[in-house]
Design a protein around this ligand. Sequence first.
Ligand SMILES: [Zn+2]
Length: 502
Amino acid sequence: MLEASHPTTPLYPPPQGGRETIFTPRFSRKLARVNDSRTLFAALRETADADAAAAMERAVTSGADRDLARINVLTFAAAYGLDEEKTIAAFLHAAKLGIFELAWDVLCPSCRGVLDVTETLQDVHREPYACSLCSRSFEVSLDETVEIVFTVSPRLRKIAAHDPQTLPFWDYYRQVFWSSAVDVSDADLEKLIAEFTLDARVLDPGERATVTIDLPEGWVILFDPVSHFGHYMKVAPERTAEVQELTVVLKGAREPTATTELRSGPLRLTVANRTARRALPVVWTENRKFDELVGKRRPHLTAKRIFTNQTFRDLYRTDTLAVDQGLKIISLTFLFTDLKGSTELYARVGDLVAYELVRHHFLLLNKIVAANGGAVVKTIGDAVMATFPTPARALAAAFAMREAIGSVGVDTRKEDLILKIGIHEGPSLAVMLNDRLDYFGQTVNIAARVQGLAVSHTIFATKQVIEHPQSAALLAKAGLTPEPQSVTLKGVAGEVAVYEIP
Ligand SMILES: [Zn+2]
């Protein structure tokens, strides 16, 4: 019966030449694992979305190995027809329970290969990262180049990727080298790769190999994904009949990608592996098929997106970043709210009723922020600071807030609670402040000041928010026409273009 629940990949195929008896240690280990897994998933169902938890349990018990390594949560949600935000939350809960191991990948924005894997974001540095395949360096931004992925814990299910050195050749590229932002799920991947591969081989530590290649003109690269080593060949079109020679040594240390100028024709290429690990060098020619493979992009769960997820903020509160670490975000949307005249409200209805109203308003706002893929960063008095991955999500949340707060007063003592809302989008720095993931920069200051412009039910948003492509559709759907204004804000040089949304 246990075997039947693992139809595609049995955890422990019986050793060749005989069947296992029931009392072997292997069997009891597996039984312990199944029990462990049932307990953990039962715990998960208590905190996470039931559909997401069920899909995860199904994947862990009967999914293929490769589908459990470095899971792209957005792809997972789409495959199982689940709500993205709830699935993200479920994976975070599952990681806390030890069902999955969470990792942060720094990926190259160009080829989307993984350049560094860290257990915590604290190990991501601000100095530029270099990609030897693309021969370029770039600065980390949480918008694109840092992703969060989940791999099943070996405690529940042992998969090949737990020991990458044993992965078959192209599976290493699939499961370890390329990030979850490249769609390499295609069964014909190897056929596609073959169209730009001139040579590919396994080199054990200390081993060397010499191959003869007929070099085509253009750019050719020797690349090893294990040590992340690249060597470019710039091949001139004039053919030579003479055999050219090139020796390349993999030393394991990251070094700048060098270039050798050659001519098209025969090349005797020697590759020596002086690293301590198995190397998987390939010789690739840069052609249309190569671009096609690297161009197979898909949405991935970025650090920025996870930072604006309420569950992430609740579960991973204190240890996200180091105190002196600040990581760049190119675009984040900030929404500030404040209750109008809350002091008068306290005086008018008394502390107890006012307290109930204000508490209710916080609960409503939290719910609306989370439902729109945002997160509350902090509350200051009766004010709320929240972040969203896009201006449109912040706008959608603002509309929902305005409507919900309007009915709070009606439902209770007909006291008018008026919510003043301001929204701005721009770059910022993610930092730790008072043991909390917070944001720093002029964008944050402007968003707070823009909120200060609101005096009634109108929402104030900057030009960056209103003119964002997704915002127009949302405003049209709501039948709202924002009124442009030009204002000066305290502490901000020059005029700021803002819109008042009636
Ligand atoms: Zn790259």
